[in-house]
Write a protein that binds this ligand. Structure first.
Ligand code: CGF
Length: 839
């Protein structure tokens, strides 16, 4: 039987095990070799996990060869390099991507099959690397893929968290519970520890000023930053870049003296606090100020990571023997949000205190090396650090920040004499108890360029939160790079059948269109081809069945696959308005209940999927999850409606789950209050996979509509310029909900009356709408319901719907992250591709 030897083909195993046998194919040999040596396992009892590990190690060997050659060619050619500093890299799984980018997928499929395994089962054994919260971290991952694929000398720098984003569990009542994500448990074949690459990082201690802006920082605690490298292969190129993640370690194990004295706790204390720095990813997206616990640790994370990365970058630069003033000719550093802003005072510190430059020289280098990307205009998400905390943890940096501020405000004062309010707004220091350092202001003045992540967002950045800086420095410093997604993972890998159909239809090698996504525009001429539409639709159907299978095996629930699949997947946040969606679902439910059975039969069956995590301390967002789960429970069990409406909350949203959900969607929802979602990137993923978009006129939705045509998207809701006035009205001229929006009022009253159990539990959530309704649900509800009805109607005309779907995919070329990263390289960094020769 299969449970015993041999699994797969006995002859294949035997010839690979006899490693003298030259006939055995190289891949099989290398896998079997890793089984025996790296894993020290017997071929006889190898399971899927072991097979995954051996295959991964064998693929890694291939990556390593390319990695070495890439790094060697960078060292030889000495190009200007770019560095992407991000506190989050939401990489997901690696094996499938590595196989695709190396062009070895089919060969590995055959090889593992001969050894008795299926490649799908093996791929499924890999755990996600979930070192990120959401869009910002996944964007960083897409940019690394695109950087390598476009042959840019681009490295990422981040932290090697021992625990990634928490695992989300849903309790029987529908509450989100958090469990740790010990993703390194089974060891991680994709990282290379570089124990020899390490730096000492200081905290606390005291700083003295030495005059001329210089200073000295001594004492305190020193910890070690140790490098772990993750190889980033390009698609269809030899370029294999590096993502360097830092792990914190105590500098000297533990203190032997106290250990001997029997004071074990004190002895391991330093070790505990050093290890703690990189132990866990902070689970906040946009809510840095809401979550106060562990603030000091978060600040230490930020400094630890930026200081180690800068030390590493400078060491590499210095190996070339160039004078330090040439740094901006060889190094560009992109700051992903304000999280790495401490790099600015840290580089000043190095240049002033260690390199002995004067202030002007140092500041001119700094302001030509850094570039800052803003990802949000939400006021509560703009990072601020209390002055006393910085003074305690980084005393020298606080001095430098004060000096930067002094020189800066002097310049502002010269331009706007006597304008005290302006000075107060632009100051790096916000007055108050305690005073706070405004990290966005520091990032802006310390950078060469500042950008937002979609046109509307960049406009809002220029006209609202950074308006004073635009006035002062000139608008040319403030630009836009619309986000992108890698079509390798977000089409070819997650939707292989669609990718094959596109390749066949365009009569192009897939390497061609996957690297020049504008080429898929060629699909447009096939919208009128009925046979093509049939294939297109059949693939969507199979993707829906794949998702249904996932729900069946993980939750034991049966999803009907002949319905429209309607998906909203993203972090739970009030501004993203999952609440609007679930209230719309309830509205639909109540409407269906009121219909006669015959009338119901005429309606368009719909399955609504939700997935996403809430920050652990975000009470209102967690209530929304609870409401969704309980609505699902009641609606799915109602015999009157269950053929027409089903609702699912899929727990523990992840990159891998997105890869199953996105290709299965007919329609996806991106329904943030206008002006709040900077860009969104899942909107791009759905549309690339032929899912239509239902959304507000916000973020990248706008540019998607521009590209695919407004007739192919469903827009609703108030526009950005109206938002402020509406909020003002809510505060000063409130209209009772019953009058303003009776449909919404009815829905809310039903929840309050206990239709979904636990009536009182939802009151705080409902009150956010009844009271000041900051996110304007009551203003947008009617047009939202109308838009949903339009979606239903459009779906009834199946042929026209499929045409819309094809047109949407065909016109998504702009949203490849290859386009985005090349914009950064060309218009910001001045970094050029370096071709690594194929041997
Ligand atoms: O960054 C976000 C996301 N939540 O991570 N912001 N942050 N911080 C924005 O809200 C998204 O709109 C954006 O797409 C993403 C990447 O830029």
């Amino acid at each position: 039987g299969k449970e015993h030897w041999p699994r797969g083909e006995e002859a294949v195993w035997k010839s690979a095990l006899r490693d003298v046998d030259a006939d055995s194919p190289a891949i099989i040999k290398s896998i079997v070799n890793h089984v025996q040596t790296s894993l020290a396992r017997q071929a006889y009892n190898l399971d899927d996990l072991g097979a995954y590990q051996a295959a991964a190690l064998s693929v890694r060997d291939n990556l390593l060869v390319n990695w070495n050659e890439t790094q060697l060619s960078y060292t030889r050619k000495n190009p200007k390099r770019a560095y992407y500093l991000s506190l989050e890299f939401l990489m997901g799984r690696t094996l499938d991507n590595a196989l695709l980018n190396l062009g070895l997928k089919e060969q590995y499929r055959d090889s593992v099959k001969k050894l008795g395994f299926s490649v799908e089962d093996i791929l499924d054994k890999e755990r996600d690397a979930a070192l990120g919260n959401g869009g910002l971290g996944r964007l960083a991952a897409c940019y690394l893929d695109s950087g390598a694929s476009t042959e840019l000398p681009l490295w990422g720098y981040g932290l090697r968290y021992k625990y990634g984003i928490f695992q989300q569990l849903i309790s029987p009542e529908g509450n989100q519970l958090e469990a740790p994500d010990p993703w390194l448990e089974n060891s991680n074949p994709w990282e290379l520890p570089r124990l020899d690459v390490n730096y000492e990082i200081r905290f606390y201690g005291h700083a003295d000023r030495l005059g001329d802006g210089k200073g000295i920082w001594q004492g305190g605690q020193e910890v070690l930053a140790v490098a772990y490298d993750v190889m980033i292969p390009g698609y269809g190129t030899k370029t294999t870049n590096n993502l360097r993640l830092w792990e914190s370690k105590p500098k000297r194990g533990f203190d032997l003296n106290s250990f001997n004295a029997g004071n074990y706790e004190a002895a391991v204390a330093s070790s505990n606090s050093a290890d703690a720095i990189t132990s866990v990813l902070y689970p906040n997206d946009h809510t840095s100020c809401m979550y106060r616990i562990g603030k000091e640790l978060r600040l230490k994370q930020q400094y630890f990571w930026t200081a180690a990365s800068l030390a590493d970058i400078l060491r590499r630069f210095k190996q070339q023997g160039k004078p330090i003033r040439e740094l901006p000719d060889f190094v560009a550093i992109q700051l992903n949000d304000t999280h790495p802003t401490l790099a600015i005072p840290e580089l000043m510190r190095i240049l002033l205190d260690e390199e002995d430059l004067n202030w002007e020289q140092a500041w001119s280098i700094v302001t030509n090396v850094f570039f800052y990307t803003n990802h949000t205009v939400l006021p509560e998400a703009l990072e601020k650090w209390a002055v006393p905390l910085i003074e305690h943890v980084l005393p020298r940096h606080l001095q430098i920040i004060y000096d930067i501020n002094l020189f800066f405000l002097q310049a502002v004062e010269r331009k706007y004499p006597g304008d005290r309010e302006r000075l107060a707004r632009m100051s790096l220091i916000e007055e108050g108890q305690p005073k706070q350092v405004r990290m966005a202001n520091l990032a802006v003045i310390g950078s060469r360029k500042v950008n937002g992540v979609a046109e509307l967002h960049s406009d809002l950045v220029r006209t609202t939160i950074l308006k004073d800086f635009v006035d002062f420095e000139g608008v040319s410093k403030f630009s836009n790079v619309t986000n992108g997604i890698t079509p390798r993972r977000w089409l070819d890998q997650c939707n292989a059948e669609l990718s094959d159909l596109i390749t066949k239809t365009l009569k192009l090698e897939k390497e061609v269109w996957l690297k020049d996504l504008f080429k898929i525009k060629g699909l447009l001429e096939f919208t009128e081809d009925a046979a093509f539409r049939k294939e297109w639709w059949a693939i969507k159907q199979r993707n829906k069945e794949r998702l249904a299978h996932y729900v069946q095996t993980t939750l034991g629930l049966t999803v009907r696959t002949d319905a429209m699949f309607d998906v909203q997947i993203k972090r739970l946040h009030e501004y993203k308005r999952q609440t609007l969606n679930i209230l719309g679902v309830i509205h639909r439910y109540l409407t269906l209940k009121a219909l006669s059975p015959a009338e119901r039969k005429k309606t368009n069956p719909r399955v609504v999927f939700f997935a996403g995590k809430a920050a652990p301390a975000y009470y209102i967002a967690k209530l929304t999850i609870r409401l969704i789960v309980n609505v699902a429970r009641i609606v799915n069990a109602d015999p009157d409606t269950k053929d027409y409406l089903q609702v699912y909350f899929l727990p523990d949203y992840s990159v891998s789950l997105a890869e199953v959900l996105i290709p299965a969607s007919d329609i996806s929802q991106h329904i943030s209050t206008a002006g709040t979602e900077a860009s969104g990137t899942s909107n791009m993923k759905f549309c690339l996979n032929g899912g239509l978009l239902l959304g507000t006129v916000d973020g990248a939705n706008i540019e998607i509509a521009e590209e695919v045509g407004e007739s192919n998207v469903f827009f609703f809701g108030h526009l950005t310029p109206a938002v402020e006035d509406l909020r003002y009205q809510h505060l000063y001229h409130p209209v009772p909900l019953q009058e303003k929006c009776p449909a919404l009022h009815r829905v809310i009253e039903q929840i309050s009356a206990g239709l979904f159990n636990d009536a009182e539990v939802y009151e705080p959530l409902l009150n956010t709408i009844r009271q000041n309704d900051y996110y304007l649900l009551s203003d947008d509800f009617d047009s939202y319901i109308a838009a949903l009805a339009m979606v239903d109607e459009a779906y009834q005309d199946r042929d026209e719907w499929i045409k819309k779907s094809i047109r949407t995919t065909a016109q998504m070329g702009k949203f490849s992250s290859d386009r985005a990263i090349l914009e950064y390289a060309e218009s910001f960094w001045n970094v050029e591709p370096v071709t690594v020769k194929k041997k």
